[in-house]
Structure formats: structure tokens, C-alpha cells
Design a protein around this ligand. Structure first.
Ligand SMILES: Cc1cc2nc3c(=O)[nH]c(=O)nc-3n(C[C@H](O)[C@H](O)[C@H](O)COP(=O)(O)OP(=O)(O)OC[C@H]3O[C@@H](n4cnc5c(N)ncnc54)[C@H](O)[C@@H]3O)c2cc1C
Length: 380
């Protein structure tokens, strides 16, 4: 086994880490105060290729495999998590359905603009009455001639307020149950009958905007059907499985940043006439953080490798997401503890991470749902 990433990937990882730590972090307070990502940061991300991570080169993207993407996501995790949220909702769940299932015509129509960051993407399955129980969505898509008419409401949809394209999952044949779902490419601003609700007021991840998406007799061209009609719940959720590995990688990056901040603080903060790093209680917290990082990194690396090998990762993607995000919550808590009162102050990145990281245990399947997936697979 060789754990060394290829040189070009290491270079890209270093460039993204540098951008996150030096450019994005310098504007973090502004993002927090305005709940907006400054456009120049999005342009910087586009120049680094972040919007086209998973888009093949022939459509203007960087065309990375899962290992490459996750290496970049880990670097992304080392800076403002709201900014990282915008990129990852676009580059993973917002893009992967189209790359995997799209026709040549659909790819040519959307992917180049998505790769350049001109068209930001998102993915919409969750509804007010079906979150974890996503198999019970009610949004209906009825074929009428050369359009599908969509009715229903999605909520908590990341990037919806800024999205040029959403992959929307809707029921095309209720009689078929979970096999009666289809995916659609919906352009919110260009589709009469699609309304984006007010921006959600969230605990953290400022700048990553989510909202309701309401469909009222919205006519989506039949040419925008993504994949076969009645694609089914399993296939639709395959889009999320891909995202889960990326979340594990982002969580690992966030833990690394929290450890780096904690080590630096422990070495310089003095109490009782010595750096707090001299106290074994503090050393143990740092050691536990390091163990969480190393194990989470091995997990995402393994799962990403499995994806690139074409293996079924449903169980292992859940293992990686569950473990890395649960560990991240513990690491964030320890980082606040090492920082002391400073870790509770708004000016501290540790305080921000403490809020921002909490979402990772909820979206793209809660921790409990990951456990269900793992257990069902074990018992099958
Ligand atoms: C900021 C944010 C951004 C999001 N972005 C998107 C997006 O871009 N696209 C999208 O489609 N969705 C998105 N979501 C939705 C997200 O995926 C859901 O919130 C999540 O799946 C949980 O659903 P829920 O909120 O309805 O919680 P519920 O399903 O109501 O769960 C509540 C609690 O019950 C537990 N629970 C539920 N069922 C079971 C069970 N069978 N066994 C054990 N415990 C169970 C859950 O684990 C949880 O602890 C986003 C959510 C948030 C908060």
C-alpha cells in the first residue's frame, strides 16, 4: 500500500489549503457578519478549479477521481466551513448526478458553466415531511406532453438561493413506491412556478445559504429528465453516497485545523509560570485529537480508493461519514477546552468551528441513519 498522494494532487491540495488559510480566513469575519461569501472569493475558488473538481476535463473541469476530490475536500475543511459548504454542495451532490447520469446534450449544456462557477449547483430531496425518511417524498412530477409538471416543496436546500441548477428528486409514479422516483435538472431562475423561499437562519456555516424550493405547476422540459424515468430511490441516493465520502474528508480537514490551532495555543499560552502544553491533561487532549484525525483520514482514503476502483461503498461511505463527523464534534469540543475562554469568543476560529461542524452530523443522512445503513448491510 502506498499512502503518498501523487505530486499533482499534493500541489493542488497545498494550493487550496493556502487559499483557505490565507485568503478565505482573512475574510471570515465579514462572511460571519454578512452571511455572504464575497464574489472575489468565489472567483478565487473558480481559478483554483474548485467548481469543476468532479467535472471531466472535456467539459472544462479538473476531472479528479474520488481520491483527488477528497484530498481537496480535506484542504477545504481547513478553512471557513460555510465557504467550504458552498463549494462542496456544488461540486459533490450538486454535480455528481449530472456527471454520472446526464446525456451528452445535458452535459454540454450545463457542465462548462458549472465548472467555471458561473452556474452554481445544488441537490434537492429533503421535504418538510420527509427528512431521514427520504423514501417518502411527496413532490410530484407528472408528464404532460413534452414537459413534466412539478408540485411540492423541498426545504433546507443548500445553495438554492444562488443556484443556477438544482438536481431535484420527485415522484413520477406513486404506484411504484420507491421505484417511482425520478431526477430532474431544474433551473430555478428560468422555470416559472419555481420559487426560492427566504434564506434559512442557521446556527453556523454562514455564507452557505439554504432555503425552501417551492414548485407550483412548474413546467420542466422532458429533456431535463436526468437518467431514466423512474430511476428509483436507490439510484437517487447514490448521488448522496458520493457526497458522504467528501464530508468525511472535510471533517478530517476541520479536525486538522483545530489541532493546529490547539497546538499553537498550548505552546504559547502560559499559566502557572509555564506553557499549558506542559500539562499532561492538555497533552492528552492533543493526542486524542491526533488519533481521531489519523483514523478518519485512513477511512476517507480507503473509501475514496474503493470508489475509484468501482466498488460498492454504501456501507463504507456511511462508516467514514459517521466516524469522521462524530470525531469532529469531539475534537471541536476539545479545541474549545484547550483554548479556554478565548475558545468561546467570536473572534476565535475555534468558536466558529464549534458551531459550523455540528451540521456535518445532520445533513446527507444523520448519524443515526448512517448507523441504520451500516447495520442493515451487516444483517442483510
Ligand atoms: C443547513 C442544512 C443544509 C441542508 N442541505 C440539504 C441539501 O442541500 N439538499 C437536501 O436534499 N437536503 C439538505 N438538508 C436536509 C438534511 O439532509 C436533513 O435535515 C437530514 O437528512 C435530517 O432530516 P430532518 O431534518 O428532517 O430530521 P428528521 O428526519 O426529522 O430526524 C430527527 C431525528 O430523528 C432521528 N431519526 C429519524 N429517523 C430515524 C430512524 N429510523 N432511526 C433512528 N433515528 C431516526 C434522526 O437521526 C434525528 O436525530 C440540509 C439540512 C440542513 C440543516
Amino acid at each position: 500500500m502506498n499512502f503518498t498522494l501523487p505530486e499533482d494532487l499534493r500541489e493542488m491540495q497545498a494550493a487550496v489549503r493556502g487559499f483557505m488559510l490565507e485568503v478565505v480566513e482573512a475574510r471570515a469575519r465579514e462572511i460571519e457578519d454578512t452571511n455572504r461569501v464575497p464574489p472575489e472569493l468565489l472567483r478565487g475558488a473558480a481559478e483554483l478549479g474548485l467548481f469543476g473538481l468532479s467535472i471531466p476535463e472535456e467539459y472544462g473541469g479538473v476531472g479528479l477521481g474520488a481520491l483527488g476530490r477528497c484530498a481537496v475536500y480535506e484542504a477545504l475543511g481547513q478553512g471557513h466551513m460555510g465557504f467550504g459548504g458552498v463549494i462542496s454542495a456544488h461540486a459533490s451532490i450538486g454535480t455528481s448526478g449530472l456527471v454520472r447520469l446526464g446525456t451528452e446534450e445535458q452535459k454540454r449544456r450545463f457542465l462548462p458553466r458549472m465548472a467555471s462557477g458561473e452556474c452554481i449547483a445544488g441537490f434537492a430531496i429533503t421535504e418538510p415531511s420527509s427528512g431521514s425518511d427520504a423514501a417518502n417524498i411527496r413532490t410530484r412530477a407528472e408528464r404532460r406532453g413534452d414537459v413534466y409538471v412539478l408540485n411540492g416543496t423541498k426545504h433546507y436546500i443548500s445553495n438554492a438561493p444562488v443556484a443556477g441548477l438544482l438536481t431535484v428528486i420527485a415522484v413520477t409514479d406513486p404506484a411504484r413506491g420507491t421505484r417511482g422516483m425520478s431526477a430532474f435538472l431544474v433551473e430555478p431562475g428560468r422555470t416559472p412556478g419555481v420559487t426560492i423561499g427566504k434564506i434559512d437562519e442557521k446556527m453556523g456555516q454562514k455564507g452557505s445559504l439554504s432555503a425552501e424550493v417551492i414548485f407550483e405547476d412548474a413546467e420542466v422540459p422532458a429533456a431535463n429528465l436526468l437518467g431514466p424515468e423512474h430511476l428509483g430511490y436507490r439510484e437517487a441516493l447514490g448521488i448522496l453516497t458520493n457526497g458522504r465520502v467528501g464530508i468525511a474528508a472535510r471533517a478530517t480537514g476541520a479536525m486538522q485545523r483545530l489541532l493546529d490551532l490547539s497546538v499553537a495555543h498550548a505552546k504559547t499560552r502560559e499559566q502557572f509560570g509555564q506553557p499549558i502544553a506542559e500539562f499532561q491533561a492538555v497533552q492528552f487532549m492533543l493526542a486524542e485529537m491526533e488519533v481521531a484525525i489519523q483514523t478518519s483520514r485512513l477511512l476517507w482514503q480507503k473509501v475514496a480508493w474503493m470508489v475509484d476502483e468501482g466498488q460498492d461503498v454504501r456501507r463504507m461511505a456511511s462508516v467514514a461519514k459517521l466516524y469522521a463527523t462524530e470525531m469532529l464534534s469531539q475534537v471541536a469540543d476539545k479545541a474549545v477546552q484547550v483554548a479556554g475562554g478565548m475558545g468561546y469568543m467570536k473572534d476565535s476560529p475555534v468558536e466558529r468551528y464549534y458551531r459550523d461542524q455540528r451540521l456535518l452530523r445532520i445533513y446527507e443522512g444523520t448519524s443515526e441513519i448512517q448507523k441504520l445503513i451500516i447495520a442493515r448491510d451487516l444483517l442483510a
